[in-house]
Design a protein around this ligand. Structure first.
Ligand code: GLA
Length: 388
């Protein structure tokens, strides 16, 4: 990651000692299944966030970002989340915080420079990339060892406890376990990570509406809470259930009329979505792209009608894209309530086809979505040796 290295040199006046990178992700299928103990699949993209880092004596963090002026200086003793415009530092500081809490020795402080080819707010989880790159940079600088699973857990814990978002393990897990031409498959209940080869000739296109619901974080929390409440009701009747994704439709149906409508729909989404992820595993194994596409569309329909985390812009894009040549399937990707649609296509889908979809979108909404044709990439890692 040359950009992070040159940013470090420019702002701190010396070469960094360590560099680490981590990719963004696309949620392939498994919408809001992760924190419900369900299965989920994602791919790491080839855009990365890079961190250049050097240890220092003082117990202070100094952070710079290639795209931002100035330097954020934070004392590391008694670390608390930073508020306001500098709050972007909470991702790497959150990881530092959870490592310390876990008993990892992190003497002194550090200087960190950040550069990214991963667009912020593009629906590809730059925050998880930030957390994982930080975790790997610290491991190189402070000399501790942890496997990929543990690194993903540290990242998620930072997001849950320091940043304050009750997310599951999807984003950090995919950023840690990504591999070129592979889909990362996670069983979130057992935290088992696997990789499935991607069928040949499949392409990923991301259409980012650039729309972000003003209440995005609180809506995510609300959905999280609704799922927990639905699970609590199911567990009273079926004490053997360990998580919402464990339940089946017959069990849910037995509570019809008793469970509030909204909770019932959230639970139905999580249960059917978990079934779709499992079916996707077999469709991929068979190389059945038609079935794969159908499952992606069914996933979107379920998010739209049952989980109610879609919006007009996302629905419009899905409805338009699915009719275009070369599209196997498409769906909203990530948390929802705005954000991005992912289209999985063959090689005949081109910039011109993407433009056609964007033109129709602009006619309706007055602005153009941002389009990314992404390739799959490798998971988070330390870059050695540091490029001069
Ligand atoms: C966000 C969260 C993930 C996951 C998805 C929805 O990306 O960070 O943990 O819950 O939303 O599937």
């Amino acid at each position: 990651m040359k950009e992070a290295v040159s940013c470090f040199k420019e702002r701190f006046g010396e070469a960094p000692e360590h560099v680490a990178v981590a990719p963004g992700r696309l949620e392939f299928i498994g919408n809001h299944t992760d924190y419900n103990g369900g299965p989920v699949m994602g791919v790491a993209v080839d855009c990365v966030l890079g961190i250049a880092l050097t240890r220092t004596e003082e117990e202070t963090a100094e952070l710079v970002d290639i795209g931002l002026d100035g330097r954020v200086v934070v004392p590391l003793a008694d670390l608390k989340p930073v508020q306001g415009t500098d709050s972007w530092v909470n991702y790497p500081l959150g990881v530092y915080h959870v490592l310390k809490k876990a008993g990892v020795k992190l003497p002194g402080g550090f200087r960190m420079a950040i550069a990214s080819t991963l667009p912020k707010g593009a629906g590809m989880s730059s925050s998880a990339a930030f957390e994982l790159a930080a975790a790997y940079a610290y491991s190189a600088a402070f000399g501790f060892e942890a496997d990929r699973k543990q690194m993903a857990r540290y990242g998620r814990q930072a997001e849950n406890e320091f940043v304050g978002v009750p997310c599951g393990i999807l984003d950090q897990g995919v950023s840690a376990f990504g591999e070129e031409n592979h889909i990362v498959s996670i069983d979130c209940k057992t935290e088992t990570f696997g990789r499935v080869p991607m069928p040949a000739g499949v392409h990923f296109w991301v259409f980012n509406t650039q729309k972000k619901h003003a209440l995005l974080d609180s809506l995510y929390e609300t959905r999280h809470k609704e799922c927990m409440e639905a699970f609590d009701m199911l567990k009273v009747k079926y004490p053997e259930l360990e998580c919402l994704a464990d339940a089946n439709l017959a069990q849910l149906d037995s509570l019809s009329g008793q469970m509030p409508e909204a909770l019932f729909k959230r639970a139905r989404h999580v249960i059917t979505e978990s079934m779709r992820v499992r079916e996707m595993a077999s469709a991929l194994q068979d190389g059945d792209l038609k079935r794969m596409g159908g499952l992606l569309l069914a996933s979107h329909a379920s998010s739209r009608h049952d989980f109610e985390n879609s919006c007009d812009e996302l629905d419009f894009l899905v409805d338009e894209l699915r009719e275009l040549g070369g599209v196997h399937g498409c769906r909203l990707t990530g948390g929802g309530f705005g954000g991005a649609v992912m289209a999985v296509t063959d090689s005949t889908f081109s910039d011109a086809t993407a433009k056609e979809a964007c033109a129709r979108y602009r006619e309706r909404f007055g602005h153009t979505p941002k389009v990314f044709h992404t390739r799959t990439g490798a998971g988070a890692h330390v870059v050695e040796p540091v490029e001069a």
